[in-house]
Design a protein around this ligand. Structure first.
Ligand SMILES: Cc1cc2nc3c(=O)[nH]c(=O)nc-3n(C[C@H](O)[C@H](O)[C@H](O)COP(=O)(O)OP(=O)(O)OC[C@H]3O[C@@H](n4cnc5c(N)ncnc54)[C@H](O)[C@@H]3O)c2cc1C
Length: 343
């Protein structure tokens, strides 16, 4: 995999080694007809973890914790997104509750998958139960990679409703800027902190971080402006995303239950509420098994279809996207940050 100028990884084929077997084309989730998606409509649920502490430490209603507990309780492996020591965003494996907890809270950066699919396959081969969580394109990629493997009976695939995925290079530059401004190394980052109440408006102001220079917890909205505001830092493919509908490449889908205060106010909670889509019988069974730790109830699909753009259409980039990247290349990240109104 090699990063392009925007910092996104793309596969490179070494033509000296390629045997022209075309297997990579067969497993590609974009080229493959159907994109490894389910063909039947999912059921929609509202859900909330019963433990308030879990809610506080989760992005939405703690669905990920309830589902992954079921796998960890059986000695299985949970695959999700964590930071490395330098806050680089990457997929990791966890077989402990502590490791899984580090995967909580959405990280709005494209994760580096490394060779995690191989590691996951080994778990399945060894007879372990596995939960994989990722963006819809990543879960489709995993389905392509595993093909018709008999081991997939032990695998549960969970995707998110995904707004679009930002560049790892922008994230690197942004971290460096925060450290320079604060005069200390980053020690903690939360993209979606519950220091502010959970609701759609607040999600734009819930980025909190800490550095080694003092004890203060800082809030910063600039990254959100780049991501949700001017929409210039997402992967080009997000504008043509094949996964922005209700037919999912996963067993179960988790996201924020935006609009729940209008549709079923009794479920509203300032600590967070999840929407869950069960896309397969396996996904439905997993949700049922989580009933000890999570309250849930069936809801009409129309509610989330009204509220979640990414269940009907991909993100639309602004016309200024090319100019943005031209300036990024020629003038640098700090110029961009200081001139965001231009885009
Ligand atoms: C890039 C991105 C865009 C999103 N867009 C939307 C949206 O438009 N609408 C919406 O309702 N919800 C969206 N979500 C999902 C939402 O933010 C929560 O992640 C989801 O509701 C799970 O919350 P939780 O409380 O169940 O899980 P938590 O306990 O907070 O766990 C977070 C889960 O997200 C996974 N994760 C974290 N970062 C990444 C990443 N970079 N790539 C892949 N997986 C990751 C973790 O592995 C874990 O499974 C998005 C998430 C991401 C990462």
């Amino acid at each position: 995999m090699e990063a392009d100028e925007e910092g996104f990884l793309y596969p490179l084929i070494n033509q000296d080694l390629c045997r022209d077997c075309n297997e990579c084309l067969e497993v590609c989730p974009i080229l493959k007809e159907g994109h490894f998606k389910e063909e039947i409509k999912p059921d929609f649920y509202v859900a909330k973890h019963k433990d308030k502490d879990v809610l506080k430490k989760s992005t939405s209603g703690g669905a990920f914790t309830a589902l992954s507990d079921l796998i960890l309780d059986q000695g299985g492996g949970v695959y999700g997104v964590d930071f490395d020591n330098n806050f680089k965003v990457m997929h990791k494996r966890a077989d402990t509750y502590e490791g899984r907890n580090r995967m909580r809270i959405s990280k709005y950066v494209q994760s580096d998958l490394g060779s995690i699919f191989k590691e996951l396959y080994k778990d399945l081969e060894d007879g372990r139960k596995v939960l994989f969580t990722g963006t819809p394109c990543q879960t489709a990629g995993l389905r392509g990679y595993l093909g018709g493997s008999p081991y997939i009976k032990n695998l549960y695939i969970c995707d998110l409703i995904c707004y679009g995925i930002p560049s790892p290079k922008v994230w690197e530059n942004y971290k460096t800027l925060l450290e320079k401004e604060q005069g200390g190394a980053l020690t903690d980052i939360q993209f979606r902190s519950k220091k502010v109440d959970w609701n759609r408006d607040n999600s734009n102001r819930s980025f909190f971080f800490q550095t080694s220079s003092n004890d203060e917890i800082h809030n910063d909205e600039r990254y959100y402006k780049l991501f949700f505001g001017i929409k210039t830092i997402m992967r080009p493919a997000c504008e043509h995303c094949r996964f922005t509908d209700i037919y999912r490449a996963s067993d179960i889908t988790i996201a924020d239950y935006w609009g729940i205060e209008k549709y079923a106010p009794e479920w509203m909670d300032k600590l967070g509420v999840s929407v869950i889509l069960t896309n397969t019988a396996k996904g439905a069974k997993l949700l049922y098994a989580a009933k000890e730790t999570m309250d849930y109830d069936k809801r009409p699909a129309s509610e989330s279809l009204n509220e979640q753009d990414r269940l009907s259409k991909p993100v639309l980039f602004p016309d200024t996207r090319d100019q943005f990247w031209e300036d990024y290349k020629n003038k640098g990240f700090e110029y961009i940050i200081n001139n965001m109104d231009k885009y």
